[in-house]
Design a protein around this ligand. Structure first.
Ligand code: GLN
Length: 488
């Protein structure tokens, strides 16, 4: 079977001096120049930073020094990941002009490996959305069908990786923002166990749910990036690092593993998506896994629980954007209250305002017990149910999203499908579990379908192992359409 790993392939070319890192970087920058106006994947391109790093890598290669796995590989970061001296806006007017004076730990880790940052990618404003359409810079489009959304909120990363204008990218996932766009664009997306990847320097959305992770074109690349970023960080109080490296365990056999098909989440999907996941389950069974049906009735409350808690935390996190410390400030105002009010009114988009209002409402005195506390208790019940299931099962299998990518229309009316599209992904955030999406087929329109594999806490390596074993059997069929090949 041919290797799918773009990262390993390019690393090999650099080591063998078949291409210099500067040349490779320039090819990607040229391609961005050509393609980005169609996709709107990048909101900021950073050629100086990219070429500076590329030159450093070339010096190392010339000297015959060892290259680390991600060294010299062109990549991108979602625009909510802080980058020292590079504007970081979360695709909101409220943060325009904000240039962090520190790096997020995830970027520090990759930067220290000489990862080549091509630019910052588009996202829903402050990571709130499922289409990338709430971005202040306009949405990023799906490279497989530019009349459709790339998904959200990490839509720009998925659009860039799927459009072959980045080898891989880091996104963040609060309720599905890595997995849903990866699924829509026919890619692999990993949301690691809560606490395994540092949140330091990633602009907070809903802090008890947020986790950064990779979007890649294959499972091995996701494993390589996960191994590089899942590191304990004392700057994040919830950080724990990883228990086990993923890449060295990809070839483990999955024979004898018990994989549960999660009924409530499977039922939420349309028939074509369900059929692809059923076929995937059959393949796992052929590979020697035992497939069982699992029910977690409390998952019926996933969406109200997720949105109540996520909005509450979000509204509290958004309190800091007052025009005083950083970001946008309204030019005309009478006094400080007027300044804050106008700054927030002008700085935030509609979806963000709606979520701040809703989140503030559920935290008010009269509503706290009725909404927030109830949702918090239900979250506890969801955590407990998963714990019980994982005492018997190794992994769970579900669709990643109930549908394939939506049409991109600029209709301001809200589409309820966008909210519903988190139903299969949000449970892993609520319970802090690792979950990966892998392409598992196409619908009748030829759009990719993703399946999700969820594992117990800190079983990220096992989740990737199963995803890799599946991909190995299917990549010829499934990637034919999406694999645009390495840029060379
Ligand atoms: N799409 C989800 C939402 O709108 C998830 C967002 C995210 O994961 N950042 O809440």
């Amino acid at each position: 079977m041919k290797s799918l790993s773009k990262i390993r392939y390019l690393n090999g070319l650099l080591k063998a001096k078949e291409i210099s890192c500067v040349e490779l970087t320039k090819r990607y920058l040229d391609e961005i120049e050509k393609v980005n106006s169609k996709l709107n994947a990048y909101v900021r391109i950073t050629p100086d930073e990219a070429l500076l790093t590329a030159k450093k890598v070339d010096v190392k290669i010339k000297r015959g020094e060892e290259l680390m796995p991600l060294e010299g590989i062109p990549m991108t970061l979602k625009d909510n990941i802080s980058t020292k001296d590079i504007e970081t806006t979360c695709c909101s007017k409220a943060l325009t002009g904000y240039v962090p004076f520190f790096d997020a730990t995830v970027w520090e880790l990759l930067h220290s490996q000489n990862a080549v940052l091509l630019g910052k990618t588009n996202m829903d404003e402050f990571a709130m959305g499922s289409t990338c359409k709430t971005s202040y810079f306009g949405g990023a489009l799906n490279p497989l069908d530019t009349t459709r959304v790339s998904g959200g909120s990490s839509g720009g990363v998925a659009s860039a990786v799927g459009g072959n204008i980045a080898v891989y990218g880091l996104g963040s996932d609060t309720g599905g923002s890595i997995r849903q766009p990866a699924s829509f664009c026919g890619l692999v997306g990993l949301k690691p166990t809560y606490g395994s990847v540092s949140r330091y320097g990633i602009v907070a959305c809903a802090s008890s749910l947020d986790q950064a992770g990779p979007i890649t074109s294959c499972v091995e690349d996701a494993a390589i990036v996960y191994d590089a970023i899942a590191v304990y960080d004392k700057k994040d109080a919830t950080s724990q690092g990883k228990r086990c490296k993923a890449a060295p365990n990809l070839e483990n056999s999955i024979k004898g593993m018990k994989i549960g098909l999660l009924k409530e989440l499977s039922d939420s999907a349309n028939e074509e998506v369900r059929e692809c996941v059923r076929k995937a389950a059959a393949l796992f069974s052929k590979l020697g896994a035992e497939i069982v049906d699992i029910e977690i009735p409390v998952l019926e409350y996933t969406l109200p629980v997720y949105f109540t808690l996520a909005y509450a935390e979000f509204s509290s996190n958004m309190g800091r954007y007052d025009g005083i410390g950083y970001g946008y400030r309204t030019p005309y105002y009478n006094d400080v209250n007027d300044m804050i009010c106008k700054t927030r009114t002008e700085g935030f988009g509609r979806e963000v305002k709606k979520r701040i209002l809703f989140g503030t409402y559920v935290l008010t005195k009269g509503c706290y017990d009725i909404y927030f506390k109830k949702a918090w208790k239900l979250r506890g019940a969801i955590v407990k149910s998963f714990k019980a299931v994982f005492s018997d099962c190794d992994l769970l299998l579900t669709p990643t999203v109930p549908t394939t990518a939506f049409k991109f229309n600029n209709d301001a009316s809200e589409n309820k499908d966008e909210y519903i599209s988190n139903i299969c992904t949000a449970p892993a955030n609520l319970a802090g579990l690792p979950a990966v999406t892998v392409p598992c087929g196409f619908d009748s329109r030829g759009l990719p379908v993703g399946m999700q594999i969820i594992g117990d806490k800190f079983n990220d390596a096992r989740v990737l192992n199963a995803a890799y074993q599946f991909e190995k059997q299917t990549c010829d069929k499934i990637y034919k359409k999406t694999e645009t090949g390495v840029i060379l």
